[in-house]
Ligand binder design. Structure first.
Ligand SMILES: [Zn+2]
Length: 375
């Protein structure tokens, strides 16, 4: 019997719900993965992240290879043990962040050489090195090494970049080898061009992966263009494998992506915005810094069961944020992650019951009402 699997449980239109099984636990899909960049979801204890309903975390190869170093994490027992998270971990390949964060990059057929944004030291990433790092970390879902061009990019640049990524996908597959219990995902590229996306999907299918990511979106093209691409991109990928949209997004991006057949997503938004005083609720975005909350004894969201809403008022959250207290970011991050996971759970239930359209209408209607009125 295979140690990993993906079982589709229900479909509603193009939306799907299912379960990815790994030796470290099940991942209910559609799944949202909180981002634990530097072996921590900032401001959260791992057990608290689990309490929000997360089945899987994302770790960043680029950050971890630079600090504390993949070999060191391996000597210390691997990333799960190092960060005290025993459930599944997906690691990205490092390709995207090398392009966005490092300096003095040099891209060749072999890979990318660059200088660390931390201390200026020189490093190299290639498909082979990325597979090695992700193996040292002990990642359950490994991502193929790819190149992600910023949008807008001209067609020629997209085409060349996509074909390079497909050659790297084959090298990633070869270097990954046979690792029972671990999954390797390929990454579709091709910008917003339908034929390039199709060519990329075909190349990935020919190589064969355990799952398929839609890469190169949420890089500044806007929601309308992203949804336009998601109207065809997921359908080009194999039906019986998980589809992962990388780096997305806001709650309405997530709902639109699930509607279009996406099974997994990740984004720093709920944790990052928690640290900058932004909360996400069923009614949209709340800026807790706003003076209107200073005397408000009501919770962020009276129906939310997270600790921030159960035990604290808007006035308290406003106060600790303005006072620069750590608990502000902790509570808002907890609330935001809880809200995101509840959103995923609602979508899984709606798909299973064949009522995704009704769910979507309610989701948008509630947001259109806006936040509760000031007292
Ligand atoms: Zn809450």
């Amino acid at each position: 019997m295979a140690l990993t699997s993906f079982d589709l449980k229900a479909r509603d239109g193009r939306a799907r719900c299912g379960v990815i099984s790994t030796p470290r636990g099940e991942i209910r899909t559609p799944a949202f993965m909180p981002v634990g960049t530097a072996a921590t979801v900032k401001g959260m204890m791992p057990e608290s992240v689990r309490e929000t309903g997360a089945d899987i975390l994302l770790g960043n190869t680029y950050h971890l290879m630079l600090r504390p170093g993949a070999e060191r994490v391996a000597r210390l027992g691997g990333l799960h043990r190092f960060m005290n998270w025993e459930r599944p971990i997906l690691t990205d390949s490092g390709g995207f962040q090398v392009m966005s964060l490092s300096s003095l990059r040099k891209l060749t057929e072999e890979g990318v050489t660059f200088r660390s944004h931390v201390d200026g030291s020189k490093h190299m990433l290639s498909p082979e090195r990325s597979m090695e790092i992700q193996r040292l970390l002990g990642s359950d879902i490994v991502m193929a090494f790819d190149e992600c061009p910023a949008l807008p990019a001209d067609r020629r640049r997209l085409e060349e970049s996509m074909r390079l990524s497909m050659r790297w996908a084959q090298r990633s597959r070869d270097a990954f080898g046979d690792r029972p219990g671990h999954m390797l995902f390929g990454i579709q590229q091709g910008g917003l061009e339908e034929d390039l996306r199709a060519e990329s999907a075909e190349a990935l299918r020919a190589i064969g992966f355990d799952g398929y990511a839609i890469g190169g979106l949420a890089v500044g093209e806007g929601q309308e263009a992203m949804f336009g691409c998601l109207d065809f991109a997921p359908g080009q990928l194999p039906e019986d494998k998980p589809r992962y949209l990388m780096g997305v997004g806001k709650p309405d991006d997530i709902v639109g992506a699930v509607k279009r057949g996406v099974d997994m997503m990740d984004c720093v938004l709920p944790s990052r915005s928690g640290r900058t005083g932004q909360a996400w609720t069923r009614r949209g975005q709340v800026n807790i810094k706003n003076a209107r909350h200073a005397d408000d004894p009501r919770p962020l969201d009276e129906t939310c069961t997270c600790p921030a809403c159960r035990s604290y008022s808007r006035a308290y959250l406003h106060h600790v944020y303005r006072a620069g207290e750590m608990i502000a970011g902790m509570l808002l991050t907890w609330h935001n992650l809880h809200y995101y996971q509840e959103l995923m759970q609602s979508m899984r239930e709606a798909i299973a019951k064949g009522r995704f359209a009704a769910f979507e209408a309610e989701f948008h209607a509630r947001r259109a009402d806006g936040d509760i009125l000031p007292l």
